[in-house]
Design a binder for this molecule. Structure first.
Ligand SMILES: [Zn+2]
Length: 295
């Protein structure tokens, strides 16, 4: 396939993936990706069984899947790059060849992070920026700029800090949102709103605090308004999962959003994940409650 045609097709594919992910709340179901069609023909965006998708008509890899539990785990190191292991077999043939072509051509690819079975968080565009045959791995960057930084294995500290910041914004935060939304079955913990595109994953203890880790027990699925109200300490949550609205806001008189959207939530119990391991950590809630009540 002509490289301009392939590049244009990738843009179309990425636009579609982005739109679907936004509608769902930041992730796609495996079936959506396998069922993708363009110009009247099937073009699955992931492979049925392998963690790499190399459409036969494409010169370069279209997507890779990384999973925390799988054999092809991406190792995120402190350089902020992803270390993607070679596929089994011939290091210069098969699937590895098209990843190497992606490095040479600079074609953007899609990284799908598998947070749990069947659900994938897209991270894109990503770029193959180096090949380490002695370690049987490719280095993958979240910004095209790394293609032009020279030796990415020995980056200076400012570039490494930039890569880590990118990894946090473009990899870890979206993955956190997916995990939390799935745990809460795509429902606001306060009001049970079910529109993924209107839901966020809120940190219970903010990520500026060392305890503010991006794990489900430190997360709450909240709609945009309740997330903002939670962050602004307009709304708090007690360690035993009761929603409390700040006294002065409770006393205000205003329209339906204040009355139904905020004041009516006062005293409600949070709607929590089914799995006990996904539920909010009591101690983290206590820390956050202190921040709300101590004001
Ligand atoms: Zn809500």
């Amino acid at each position: 396939m002509d490289s301009a045609v392939e590049a244009a097709l990738r843009v179309q594919i990425m636009d579609w993936v982005l739109a679907r992910a936004e509608a769902n709340g930041g992730f796609l179901h495996r079936h959506e990706l396998l069922g993708f069609r363009i110009d009247g023909r099937d073009l699955p965006l992931i492979d049925y069984s392998r963690g790499i998708r190399n459409p036969s008509e494409f010169t370069s890899t279209l997507s890779i899947v990384s999973s925390a539990a799988g054999p092809y785990d991406d190792t995120e190191s402190d350089d902020g790059l992803l270390h993607y292991a070679y596929r089994k077999g011939d290091p210069f043939g098969g699937d590895n060849r098209k990843l190497r072509t992606a490095m040479d051509t600079g074609m953007p690819l899609i990284l799908f992070r598998k947070e749990q079975a069947n659900y994938l968080t897209p991270v894109m565009p990503v770029y193959v920026v180096d090949d380490e045959p002695e370690r049987r791995q490719f280095l993958i960057a979240l910004d095209e700029a790394f293609r032009f930084m020279g030796d990415v294995r020995h980056l200076a500290e400012p570039q490494r800090a930039y890569a880590r910041r990118l990894a946090k914004q473009r990899l870890h935060q979206p993955a956190f949102r997916t995990r939390v939304l799935l745990a809460y079955e795509t429902r606001c913990a306060v009001c049970t709103l079910r529109h993924g595109s209107l839901l966020d994953a809120a940190h219970i203890v903010p990520d500026s605090d060392p305890r503010g880790v991006p794990t489900t027990p430190n997360g709450l699925a909240l709609c945009k308004i309740h997330h903002a109200a939670f962050d602004q300490h307009i709304l708090g949550v007690t360690p035993d999962h009761r929603v409390q609205v700040r006294a002065d806001v409770l006393a205000e008189v205003d329209g339906p959003m204040l009355r139904h959207g905020i004041q009516a939530m006062h005293g409600r119990a949070l709607t929590l994940p089914r799995r006990a391991a996904d539920r909010p950590d009591r101690e983290l809630l206590a820390v956050r409650w202190e921040m709300f009540a101590g004001r």
